[in-house]
Design a protein around this ligand. Structure first.
Ligand code: GLP
Length: 253
């Protein structure tokens, strides 16, 4: 695992944009795994900037988002699909038919999970998976006690996650209780993983991801076993990591 210690949110987003842009320059037909939430917004803004200023080309890129709320359509402003259209899909030259998000309106969510996994496989697998992290160390919507072998499936959200995500909804009661999410196995199958973390409320989760026991109790801890995982944490999110590591700009172990 590699850790990059960023000063703040801006610095974290810049570092992440360099890695994603570098991936696309090297492989213009890349398959990206994408995340939602507040954390990657700065990354998406910078990718749009690189697209506009130096022509970073998304025309050959395929994207797969990690997750979607059950019961929200892509036209619903609170859905993750809508979020992606607003923050990235509509702002770069991605082909709309190359942008995939699990369908939270599917009647049979198990079938939708299988369909989504098959699409990822047909696209050749994910080259670079972008992740945020929940306060309880969830990745995607893989909440604590998830089975590490899970592929895309229906999940019940933790109360803590519902509270944390309520800020995007008019009322906490409006937050869907279920989601459809890529599983840990989908994430582990990605060739590269890039996890972003910002702010003091993520410090425990980052510690669990990088230094804790590898356990389903902290889903992100599985990334310690990934062949090419990078965490970019800003100073507040990295605060619990060993000081000797934080003296460097980046640290491998
Ligand atoms: C949600 C998403 C995760 C995201 C997490 C953290 O639960 N399913 O993919 O990483 O929230 O969100 P934020 O970046 O807003 O803190």
């Amino acid at each position: 695992m590699r850790l990059i210690f960023a000063k703040d949110y801006e610095d974290m987003s810049c570092e992440a944009a360099k890695i994603v842009s570098g991936q696309l320059y090297l492989k213009p037909q890349s398959v990206l795994g994408l995340a939602t939430g507040s954390t990657p917004i700065g990354l998406y803004d910078r990718l749009v900037q690189v697209h506009q200023t130096v022509g970073l080309d998304f025309s050959g890129v395929t994207t797969f988002n990690l997750d979607e709320y059950v019961g929200l359509s892509s036209e619903n402003p609170e859905s993750y699909h809508y979020f992606m259209k607003e923050h990235l899909f509509s702002r770069v030259n991605l082909r709309p038919d190359h942008c995939f998000v699990p369908n939270g309106m599917a009647e049979d969510l198990e079938e939708e999970g299988r369909r989504y996994d098959a699409l990822i496989e047909q696209a050749g697998g994910i080259d670079l998976q972008v992740l945020g992290i929940g306060r309880n160390a969830h990745i995607g919507f893989n909440e604590p006690d998830i089975k590490f072998e899970a592929m895309t499936h229906k999940v019940r959200l933790d109360d803590e996650t519902i509270r944390a995500n309520a800020r995007f909804f008019a009322r906490e009661e409006d937050v869907p209780r279920y989601a459809i999410s890529m599983g840990i196995r989908n994430i582990m199958l990605a060739r590269r993983v890039l996890l972003l973390a910002s702010g003091p409320e993520k410090a425990e989760a980052v510690y669990a991801a990088a230094c804790g026991n590898v356990s389903p109790k902290a889903p992100a801890s599985i990334l310690q076993l990934h062949r090419d995982a990078t965490i970019i944490a800003d100073a507040a999110a990295a605060a619990r990591l060993p000081e000797a590591w934080r003296e460097h700009r980046s640290y491998h172990f």
